[in-house]
Design a binder for this molecule. Sequence first.
Ligand SMILES: Nc1nc2c(ncn2[C@@H]2O[C@H](COP(=O)(O)OP(=O)(O)OP(=O)(O)O)[C@@H](O)[C@H]2O)c(=O)[nH]1
Ligand SMILES: [Mg+2]
Length: 168
Amino acid sequence: MNIKCVIIGDRSVGKTSICNRFVYNTFQALYAPTIGFDLFSKRIIKNNVEYRIVLWDLMGDQELRVSRKDYYMGAMCALLVYDVSRIGTFQHIPDWFEELKINLGKNYDIPCAVVANKQDLENKKMIDNSKGEKLAKKYNTIFWPTSAKTGQGVGEVIIELVTEVISK
Ligand SMILES: Nc1nc2c(ncn2[C@@H]2O[C@H](COP(=O)(O)OP(=O)(O)OP(=O)(O)O)[C@@H](O)[C@H]2O)c(=O)[nH]1
Ligand SMILES: [Mg+2]
């Protein structure tokens, strides 16, 4: 079974880095913006059943967003990512929920997670995790602190969502 998971959020919040950490267990400090979108996939086995998790990693640039309906079609779960060191990326999370809702139409009710990435930037942190938790609660989703750099939370949040999808 294929499980499609979309990764959305503003530019440079770490969407591609989360994918690279999950699939290859690597991290790149150099920023290379995603053009259009990228696909990452990883096989997992759960209760003796094999699943292929396919991560759809979309470019964060709002103006250049490509054929969005196709990108979201059939999404079974979503990560909405912000960067704890940039307040604007947090303020835009409601816009990303809206985008998800518009594009998924009647199928919008999928497991989602609000992901607070770059937790390792302790000195530059602008948004308390409690704020992220509050926002997630408002949208009836889970909240997850991550760092693609150290690996904190990355595998856990994806597996948590996938487990929700499987048990649905
Ligand atoms: N310190 C730190 N830096 C990170 C982390 N995650 C990503 N970065 C850095 O942030 C920059 C942007 O990361 P990307 O993964 O390319 O961000 P993106 O969300 O895919 O960006 P777009 O493709 O432009 O939408 C890169 O320089 C990464 O190395 C993290 O957890 N901690
Ligand atoms: Mg990217």
